[in-house]
Design a protein around this ligand. Structure first.
Ligand code: VGL
Ligand code: ZN
Length: 204
């Protein structure tokens, strides 16, 4: 059984959003096409409380892009984004949602960030995604969404470590690229860990 994972296609990660991913909106039509071909579709939603420790605004004198220690792990600071119940945390209205089986929310603990849809960055809390996939007989996941160099990358790496055959849909993801090569590096890391890169025209 194959599942489509749609990572964080939320207003704040799209053009004009608080943490806009360049060209992030281009993934939406690709993902909508892909959805037609899957019977199991799962989305993740970055869902932070306003006091989240990944927000630069919650650290005196810090700017987005600065580093801090958060629960003893190195954390890059972000602009305030995807605050629970804000419009920035909503899925983009043109993203089809009719066939979604479930949404997994992440980043709710203010003391730790959570890029992956499976575990927080300290690997302490489990969202339940892995057991949900297994209960539904899923052995293969196709990962799409935002951002290639953060949440998509860590979701792919955790899917592999959880034993799923894992494909990244290369034309259904875009990166933040704080460093200009970050997305390419992320793709290299995913391939090295065992991910396959596929393109939507070969799936649809
Ligand atoms: C993400 C940075 C902070 C993402 C989430 O969805 O890739 N990036 N929070
Ligand atoms: Zn976040």
């Amino acid at each position: 059984m194959e599942a489509l994972l749609i990572i964080d296609v939320q207003n704040d990660f799209l053009p004009d959003g608080a943490l806009a991913v360049p060209d992030g909106d281009l993934v939406i039509p690709v993902i909508n096409q892909l959805q037609k071909r899957f019977d199991m579709i799962i989305a993740t939603q970055d869902w932070h409380p306003a006091n989240h420790g990944s927000f630069a605004a919650n650290h005196e004198g810090k700017q987005p892009g600065d580093m801090v220690l958060l629960s003893d792990v190195s954390q890059i600071l972000w602009p305030v984004h995807c605050v629970q119940d804000s419009s920035g945390a909503d899925f983009h209205p043109s993203l089809d949602r009719e066939k979604w089986s479930k949404v997994f929310r992440k980043g709710t603990n203010p003391l730790v960030d959570s890029y992956s849809g499976f575990f927080d960055n300290n690997r302490m809390e489990d969202t339940g995604l892995s057991s949900y996939l297994r209960q539904n007989g899923v052995d293969t996941v196709y990962v799409t969404g935002l951002a290639t160099d953060y949440c998509v990358k860590f979701t792919v790496l955790d899917a592999l470590s959880e034993g799923f055959i894992t494909c990244l849909v290369g034309d259904a993801t875009k990166g933040v690229n704080i460093g200009k090569d970050d997305s390419n590096e992320a793709i290299r890391d995913m391939v090295k860990a065992g991910a396959k890169i596929v393109y939507s025209d070969s799936i649809i």
